[in-house]
Design a protein around this ligand. Structure first.
Ligand code: SAM
Ligand code: SF4
Length: 344
């Protein structure tokens, strides 16, 4: 399939700057809300997914990404749901890779649960993808099934091996889960670092109704960090990608460990990103209900004028920061959409 849109020769951009002076250079695109797993902190077991007719076509997603790239986006991450379960997703990756070739994009990457990675790793590398994030919360096959409800750990491990064989750099993302993988975090870190993979730990965020309260899942990473500090030498690294993670170097392993702490640390002041969903809704903040529809202006005309105006208006509404809160009084979602809608 040829996805190359008529607007593929990009005009110079004046950039997207929000009301707080933050320049938007990073776009995360959820290409599907569907997933082959049902991680209990992300989805309920009986999730209702969007009707396929609501989804943007791959051609429309390409056009939308192109509009953002023309406006100064330099890094694009595909996510989901599980991006690799979207039918024909590789044709979108292949098509977007033209922006790596012409220098309009610095990076094209994806976040995946790894279950389909064995099949796609070589092709991703061939499209110019250099690094990917794989979400993996445990190395215990039984716990893995418990967390994902039916996932097969071996498939993910085979996917990671295939990614390495294809020359992709892999970062592991793990959500810290009370009474589930808390104890395993040191060994998960040692495993990741022994394979030259950074590990980033994530706090559970109160997104979407999952049929259970969050207080039972939440572990503050400040606690995880102080436990790790009893066994390992952690040295703060002064690097930031504009993202929410704070990194340390672990002397004993030589690897990097990141902490994403939306609940205990406010990372909003340097936020350079916006998110679009598979239905063409833009969310300018993960922790807010803010949303603007881009599908209508996209479909209204083959010209991007109206679309660009709508994007500019949405960027002009980007909130200063998020409102997440989990405590006994607020044991319900702060944000009603699931993480699988915006892709984290
Ligand atoms: N399916 C892909 C995956 O799992 O990597 C991509 C989408 S998934 C929504 C992106 C990331 O969000 C994963 O690392 C997942 O663990 C994380 N996540 C999902 N729900 C979360 C929640 N409520 N709080 C914190 N992280 C969450
Ligand atoms: Fe699927 Fe990723 Fe959500 Fe797990 S975290 S259910 S793999 S979208």
């Amino acid at each position: 399939m040829n996805l190359i849109a008529p607007n593929s020769s990009l005009k110079p951009s004046s950039g997207m700057v929000d009301p707080y002076g933050r320049t938007i250079t990073y776009l995360r695109v959820s290409v599907t809300d569907r997933c082959d797993l049902r991680c209990f902190y992300c989805m309920s077991e009986d999730m209702t997914f969007l009707p396929k007719s609501d989804l943007l076509s791959l051609e429309e997603l390409d056009r939308l990404c192109s509009a953002f790239i023309a406006k100064g986006v330099r890094k694009l991450r595909l996510t989901g749901g599980e991006p690799l379960v979207r039918r024909n997703v590789m044709s979108l990756v292949r098509s977007l890779s033209r922006y790596l070739q012409n220098g309009a994009l610095d990076e094209l990457t994806l976040t995946t649960n790894g279950s389909q990675l064995e099949k796609y790793a070589a092709e991703l590398a061939d499209c110019g993808v250099k690094r990917i994030n794989v979400s993996l919360d445990t190395l215990d096959a039984t716990k893995f099934r418990e967390i994902t409800r039916w996932g097969d750990l071996n498939k993910v491990l085979a996917g990671i091996d295939a990614a390495h064989a294809a020359g992709l750099k892999v970062k592991i993302n793990a959500v810290a889960l009370k009474d589930l993988n808390e104890d395993e975090i040191p060994s998960l870190m040692q495993w990741a670092h022994s394979k030259d993979m950074d590990l980033t730990l994530i706090e559970v965020m109160p997104m979407g109704d999952i049929g259970a309260g969050r207080i039972d899942q939440y572990v503050p990473l400040s606690m995880v960090r102080s436990q790790l500090a009893q066994k390992f030498t952690l040295t703060d690294l002064d690097e930031s990608s504009g993202g929410p993670a704070r990194y340390v170097r672990v002397s004993e392993t030589g690897g990097k460990l990141g902490f994403i702490t939306p609940m205990t640390h406010n990372f909003c002041e340097s936020c350079n990103r916006v998110r679009i969903t598979c239905t063409g809704t833009i969310h300018t903040c993960l922790g807010h209900e803010d949303a603007s529809d881009l599908r209508k202006p996209l479909r209204a005309s083959i010209d991007d004028g109206l679309l660009n105006e709508t994007i500019d208006r949405a960027i002009g509404l980007k909130p200063k920061g998020h409102d997440f809160i989990i405590d006994r009084r607020h044991n319900r979602p702060s944000v009603s959409r699931h993480m699988s809608v915006t892709g984290g």
